[in-house]
Design a protein around this ligand. Sequence first.
Ligand code: GRF
Length: 217
Amino acid sequence: MSRKRVAVLISGRGSNMAALIEAAKDQNYPAEIALVLSNRPDAAGLGVARAAGIATEVVDHGAFGKDRAAFDRALQAALTKHRIDLVCLAGFMRLLTPGFVGQWRERMLNIHPALLPAFKGVDTHKRALAAGAKVHGATVHFVVAEMDSGPIIAQGVVAVHDDDTEDTLSARVLEVEHHIYPLALKLVAQGRVRVADGRCLIDGVPVPDSASLVPGA
Ligand code: GRF
């Protein structure tokens, strides 16, 4: 089976992007990272992608003012140019229009640093600590028009320690992110994920517990 051509969309450092690039170095991995696209010309991840020999594009949102539809058309043009099959949002800090999202239905993934549907939005680690959450983690899901929603493909769990700070907690969650994103992309690229009634089925059954990591459990 030919490998799916994946675009990773970033806005910043791109550590999840790097984890996907690393996984896709294995020729048996069912996806190749064909494009890294950033909405910010200064995103650190662009340098990492170029060093890995991956094509990059910048679609600077600043040039489009408030015209989100025009920005999304430029995104779509770049994805078409590179013959992209699947899109991975990885720290991509732009809201996408419902029209664009609809074009990539069940072909666009996002990673969110919390156990969705808890803690949508930003500052997830700070909010998890403030809420006294005992477990926290990360979620890979299909993108739908509503932010940080959509069928869950994989989750990874970490225990919250009494002495955790935002920094220590986010570092442990990030490790989990780097594990579950390549796993989730692999499942999708292999065509093993199907959505039924808003929930993902993997190989026809609900997402198995093995997709979650509880350290020490
Ligand atoms: C990650 O925590 C991701 O879950 C969130 O934004 C952060 C991006 O980090 N959506 P990186 O750019 O992948 O290092």
